[in-house]
Design a protein around this ligand. Structure first.
Ligand SMILES: *Cc1c(COP(=O)(O)O)cnc(C)c1O
Length: 353
């Protein structure tokens, strides 16, 4: 048996063990094909079935109708920061909740004159902004649903008149979504969906007519919609893996069950943070993320010791992002309840509580 730690890394992050095992079994031979999943043509009938299955899994989980396109692209969420304004227009409203939304804004600024509709930078992004100054005629409104670094999350994204574009890299498929609020959702896979190297893009087909013909072929969404994400060689292994993850989520009971489990996991951690004097949450309670739980030690001099003792217990990846410090426990879909329980047990013991 391979020894596995509880991996609280923010991304690439822990993946469901059942899925890893199944993927491993198909590395040498996909079923009885005699060639592994990474070795077959992206134009083969075997791969057609895999990409169709992954798309169908995403469609079933989110309840997407035919007026939505599902794409598997490359270049990470960071490439979407520029593709979105290149295709939809840059005169957009951005809600700033941390480093990722700032990076997204910066890409739009290279292309036009986006506006900042709200920002919580003044308080070092320790909360979500409440007052949004949104224009009905903005090309789109951009939000980051879950701020991976600071640990804030919109429980519900804002209702907007302009089309809402959401970077959901760190909470995609963690809960059911009210699709009526969204025009487009994108997510790098490496937090909640699978390995790095594939980016899921879900968009209303009605947006496609906006893309200027002058765009580089690879940066135009129409290219990928027309070719079913196979204009060039797609990240075949990542797409395969996402398909397995959608099946795994369905076997867990779907997005509502995922959400319940995620809420219970986060609650256990926040209860420990609020109930033990040594710990203090770094985010205002109403803005807390269910995916990335951030806190610090009230005695900062013990932080190094906290992290090294945790690691010795098999609790890895807990060091906070360099821009926030402290501790960050990333508890995406694939983090088992037992991992959170082990962390909470360690926190109590370390604090002598
Ligand atoms: C990790 C992350 C990104 C960056 O994704 P890449 O795939 O590395 O480009 C962007 N946005 C959010 C919210 C993230 O968590």
């Amino acid at each position: 048996m391979t020894k596995r730690i509880f991996n609280f890394s923010a991304g690439p992050a822990t993946l469901p063990e059942e899925v890893l095992t199944e993927a491993r079994d198909n590395l040498l031979s996909l079923g009885d094909l005699g060639a592994g999943i990474m070795e077959i043509s992206h134009r083969s009938p075997e791969f057609d079935a895999i990409i169709d299955g992954a798309e169908a899994g995403i469609r079933r989980l989110l309840g997407l109708t035919d007026d939505w396109a599902v794409l598997f692209l490359q270049g990470g969420a960071s490439t979407q920061f520029t593709m979105v304004p290149q295709n939809l227009g840059a005169d957009a409203d951005y809600v700033l909740t941390g480093a990722w939304s700032e990076k997204a804004l910066k890409e739009a600024q290279k292309l036009g004159s986006p506006r900042v509709a709200a920002s919580s930078k003044e308080t070092n992004f320790d909360r979500l902004p409440t007052e949004l100054d949104l224009r009905a005629d903005a090309r789109f409104v951009h939000v980051t649903s879950n701020n991976t670094i600071f640990g804030t999350q919109f429980r519900e994204v804002p209702q907007t008149q302009a089309p809402l574009v959401c970077d959901a890299s760190s909470d995609i498929l963690s809960r059911p979504l009210d699709l009526s609020r969204y025009a487009m959702i994108y997510a790098g896979a490496q937090k909640n969906l699978g390995p790095s190297g594939v980016t899921l893009v879900i968009m209303r087909k009605s947006l496609l007519e906006r893309s200027p013909k002058s765009l580089p072929t690879m940066l135009n969404y129409n290219t990928h919609v027309e070719k079913g994400s196979r204009f060039n060689t797609p990240p075949t292994f990542g797409i395969y893996f996402i398909g397995l993850v959608t099946q795994w989520i369905e076997a867990q009971g779907g997005l509502a069950a995922m959400d319940q489990r995620n809420q219970a996991k986060a609650q256990q951690l926040y209860d420990a943070i609020d109930g033990i004097d040594l710990y203090q949450g770094t985010v205002q309670p109403e803005s807390r993320s269910l995916m990335n739980v951030t806190f610090k030690l009230t005695d900062a001099s013990r932080e190094g010791e906290f992290l090294s003792q945790a690691k010795a217990r098999g609790l890895h990846g807990l060091k906070g992002h360099r821009s926030v410090g402290g501790v960050r426990a990333s508890i995406y879909n694939a983090m088992p309840v037992a991992g959170v329980e082990a962390l909470v047990g360690f926190m109590r013991e370390f604090a002598g509580a």
